[in-house]
Design a protein around this ligand. Sequence first.
Ligand SMILES: Cc1cc2nc3c(=O)[nH]c(=O)nc-3n(C[C@H](O)[C@H](O)[C@H](O)COP(=O)(O)OP(=O)(O)OC[C@H]3O[C@@H](n4cnc5c(N)ncnc54)[C@H](O)[C@@H]3O)c2cc1C
Length: 372
Amino acid sequence: MLSFWEKNSLLRYDVIIVGSGILGLSTACEIKERYPEKNILVLERGILPTGASTKNAGFLCFGSITEILADFNLKGEKETLSLVEKRWKGINYLKERLAENKIGYLSYGGYDLLDTPHSPAVKEIDRVNALLKQVFDNDVFQISDSKIKEFGFNRELVSHMVYSPFEAQIDTGEMMKTLLKYAQFLGIQIINGAEVKEVSDGKVYLWHSSMNESICFKAEKILICANAFVNKLLPELDVKPGRGHVIITNPITGLKFKGIFHFNQGYYYFRNYGERVIFGGGRNLDFEAEESFDFGFNETILNDLKDKLDNMILPGTEYVIEDKWTGIMGFTKNKLPEILNIDKNTIAAVSCNGMGIALSSYIARELTDSLY
Ligand SMILES: Cc1cc2nc3c(=O)[nH]c(=O)nc-3n(C[C@H](O)[C@H](O)[C@H](O)COP(=O)(O)OP(=O)(O)OC[C@H]3O[C@@H](n4cnc5c(N)ncnc54)[C@H](O)[C@@H]3O)c2cc1C
């Protein structure tokens, strides 16, 4: 049984947030910055955050040219531009909150590698730049074909490269460590190993395994930031998991490129990390199998990543793959983030899709705006 003391002092909060990924923590910080008197509790099922925020490749991007063109077809120009703007604002809010030197921020820019089928994108650069001017106040994309040889990529497989000076990279681990420390500095309480089983009407239920009983926290506001795992709590929401694979090489002496790189509408992405290469993606090879909550591996995708490293990105270079991992993202059909009122106490923020590092600090502001 819980004691009087526990019931009296440890179970009541103003706000409870489910999930300590970048969205849950950024939202907790945003609320505490605006309302320092609020008692905030973050409940995280894992010993560490266990979804996407500590598993991604550390890109600060808002959409490559091929991804933006694909999004124009999927959701139209207006929605796409609005989403790009939210991502760009989110990136800037993240840097304002945590400071560039605390998140391993490096602005080497970003490149989209175009194979022959994607080459017509080059003709769209002027049009897309004109549309993006309202967000960036500058040209975002420029052709950069001379770098293909300089960076050592296979010119038979890369026809064009499109450069954006606005893209950057971070150290994902440092960013999340700094965000956790900052949340604790603000006085936000974080409990790990606390898997929420049910949420309703201002109550959050968990299983207290050492006491072998159910435990119930109460709050005026409950914010669900569980990303891909949200419909384990709210089955009515149409959010699907999407697993992302990442591999990292040994340090390669004389690595020829720095920056972040994407190809095939953002389905593949690689970057330098010092002299290492981090390479991820390939979900498009097997969407069905990758709609998974399992942090395991798909050998077909790993082999494809290795093949692309050998033949396209590092041709003729010796390297070894030193580590690999997967992370689970949450996807909706239209790829748009949403803030949903579930009941009078509960709000769910869903579907940062594959862009939550960029979007979360923006969504945290919108979510906080909606509270009081
Ligand atoms: C391989 C990969 C590459 C990516 N590349 C990029 C990129 O280039 N740019 C970009 O902007 N984004 C990228 N992303 C996406 C980005 O990482 C995510 O959109 C972002 O981290 C989502 O943050 P989140 O806080 O919403 O979710 P998560 O980080 O998934 O956090 C949700 C948290 O909720 C916890 N949780 C779930 N259910 C419960 C429960 N019942 N009780 C308690 N806790 C619970 C989970 O353990 C988890 O810690 C990538 C992701 C991956 C995996």
